[in-house]
Write a protein that binds this ligand. Structure first.
Ligand SMILES: [Zn+2]
Length: 230
């Protein structure tokens, strides 16, 4: 594959201050949505922008932030408009969960990081509807028998976190249909099994980056679709 183009600038995510709607999936995102701006396409939700697998690290711990950013293939700065100061202010960073964990390990000299991590993990887990996660994971395995069980669970947790944060969606039922499950699985494969995130980070557009990794994604899907016996 071609070498990625040189990195342009930080990806930016904006916390909206009014009701917004995603210009791609048309979903109502509510009053404090996290969106990216995509040129003439307008505002995209993090899911459509392929950034919703990242976790939020609030500003405040400079060393942790620097390390998390360094370890993360894909990261984005989160900005919010300050009415008082009339400018965008940095709220933190979106990074890969694995990168954040690695950064936390790097920072463990600082006992505080360990405590903060426990709090964050507890918060994340508390938001998940466990029955739904289980149901979704079972559905993944039904459709993709060779998908590793731990991967199915992680895909399900992600899907659940995503739908729980949304408004106006006949969420759970809709998310369990075959097409929705397929999209969740494809997104996972793209981020984890291909250089897709690296391409995004290097300034590739989503369309060209998706095209570049399409064959690789398809190969994994076909592999996972086979029956366990074969
Ligand atoms: Zn969207």
């Amino acid at each position: 594959m071609k070498g990625p183009a040189p990195r342009r600038e930080d990806l930016k995510v904006f916390i909206s201050s009014r009701d917004s709607k995603c210009d791609e999936c048309r979903e109502d995102l509510g009053p404090k949505a996290w969106v990216t701006l995509a040129g003439d396409k307008g505002a995209l939700c993090l899911s459509c922008a392929d950034l919703d697998h990242l976790v939020f690290l609030p500003s405040g711990d400079a060393a942790l932030t620097r390390r998390a950013r360094k370890h993360s293939t894909l990261s984005a700065v989160v900005l919010k408009w300050s009415k008082a100061r009339k400018r965008y202010e940095r709220q933190g960073l979106l990074v890969e969960e694995a990168a954040l964990q690695q950064a936390e390990i790097d920072c463990l000299v600082d006992q505080d990081a360990r405590a903060q991590r426990r709090v964050r993990e507890a918060e994340r887990r508390a938001e998940l509807d466990l029955a739904y996660v289980k149901q979704f994971a079972e559905r993944v395995l039904q459709l993709y028998p060779k998908c590793p069980a731990t991967t199915a669970t992680s895909i399900a947790e992600h899907a659940c976190a995503k739908y729980s944060g949304r408004v106006g969606r006949s969420a759970a039922a809709k998310a369990l249909d075959g097409q929705a499950v397929r999209l969740a699985v494809v997104a996972h494969i793209r981020h984890v099994e291909t250089p897709y995130d690296k391409l995004l980070m290097n300034g590739w557009g989503r369309t060209e980056a998706r095209h570049e990794v399409e064959d690789a994604v398809q190969a994994v899907l076909e592999e996972w679709q086979q029956d366990r016996g074969t």
